[in-house]
Ligand binder design. Structure first.
Ligand code: ADP
Length: 301
């Protein structure tokens, strides 16, 4: 097969591993810098050009689109789809999962367990917003945050009110979420490919910290997940319409709660922790599923 990888940097671990795994399995792999591709919108023959040449003859495309280039990246991916190239994840599914409010609304509609969450821009009654998520302690999150930045644990009602006021002053959209104390500073990343969890790991926050992000000093280890966690992760990916996803789960007293469904999950942490050759399994998935013109909107909303 001829496979394109949309990625800003061929040296990134995940991009490198996908190129390596694809080449080893006999495929022609080409990394395309998402922002450098340009396109024409024509009625009969949509095209993508890259470095002065038309991209042609691709069987599949692997989007590795960073959060900051979601808008343009999804447009490039959509163009591949219009050309009949099979996407590992579809552009609509990626946009859906990148919009945190939309994603949580869709997951809740399908009955997936979630932490009780409130959304607000400029709430006219902050104490009532706090009450909506069952009061302090609670977690406040800036909507565009990544790697745990902009995620704050407020132990008391007063602290929560001050933090919400501060974010309002900065004109930030926020999420206010019940604090899942029993998760003990840990979360579980499940890597879903197709309708299976092919690898999972536990991330544990360092002592005195509740955020388990590896960038915040968290550590990763192997974990055996329960059948309920497994089916929750697979269902969450399916609701978003993602064929490949990293689903982050908190273990609560009431079962697994989904925090986030990631459409471009990093491979480094999970391959290193699990010892599983995930890149090859992703390529194998394309071998079994990529057919021309197979693009259609999956999931809902
Ligand atoms: P980011 O997307 O920036 O990583 P997250 O929403 O994933 O932000 O939060 C970062 C970390 O904080 C999570 O990995 C988890 O360990 C912890 N965390 C987030 N929300 C909650 C919550 N409601 N209850 C308990 N811990 C949480």
């Amino acid at each position: 097969m001829k496979i394109a990888i949309l990625s800003r940097n061929p040296r990134l671990y995940s991009t490198r591993r996908l190129v390596e795994a694809g080449s080893q399995r006999g495929h022609e792999m080409l990394v395309i810098d998402t922002l450098r591709a340009y396109m024409n919108i024509a009625t009969h023959k949509p095209q993508i050009h890259y470095r002065g040449q038309a991209l042609e003859g691709f069987d599949a495309v692997i989007p590795r689109i960073g959060a900051s280039v979601t808008f343009y990246g999804c447009a490039v991916l959509r163009q591949f789809e219009m050309m009949g190239v099979f996407p590992l994840n579809e552009s609509v599914a990626i946009s859906r999962s990148r919009d945190k409010l939309r994603a949580l609304q869709l997951l809740s509609r399908k009955g997936i367990g979630l932490p009780v969450t409130g959304f607000a821009h400029s709430p006219d009654d902050i104490p009532d917003l706090i009450q909506m998520v069952n009061g302090a302690p609670l977690v406040i999150k800036v909507l565009e945050g990544t790697q745990g930045i902009g995620v704050v644990l407020c132990e008391t009602q007063k602290a929560a009110e001050s933090v919400i006021e501060a974010f309002m002053g900065l004109k930030q959209d926020i999420m206010v979420q019940e604090y899942i104390k029993e998760a003990g500073g840990a979360d579980i990343r499940c890597l879903v490919v197709g309708d299976k969890v092919i690898a999972s790991m536990k991330r544990q926050a360092k002592p005195g910290e509740f955020r388990s992000n590896l960038h915040r000093g968290g550590t990763a280890s192997l974990i055996k997940i329960t059948p309920e966690e497994r089916s929750t992760a697979v269902r969450a990916a399916k609701v978003m319409g993602l064929r490949v996803a990293g689903v982050d789960i908190l273990r609560s007293a009431n079962g697994p709660l989904v925090m986030e469904v990631n459409s471009s999950p990093g491979l480094e942490g999970i391959e290193t922790t699990s010892g599983i050759d995930i890149a090859s399994l992703v390529i194998e998935y394309l071998e079994n599923n990529a057919e021309p013109g197979m693009t259609r909107t999956k999931g809902s909303g």
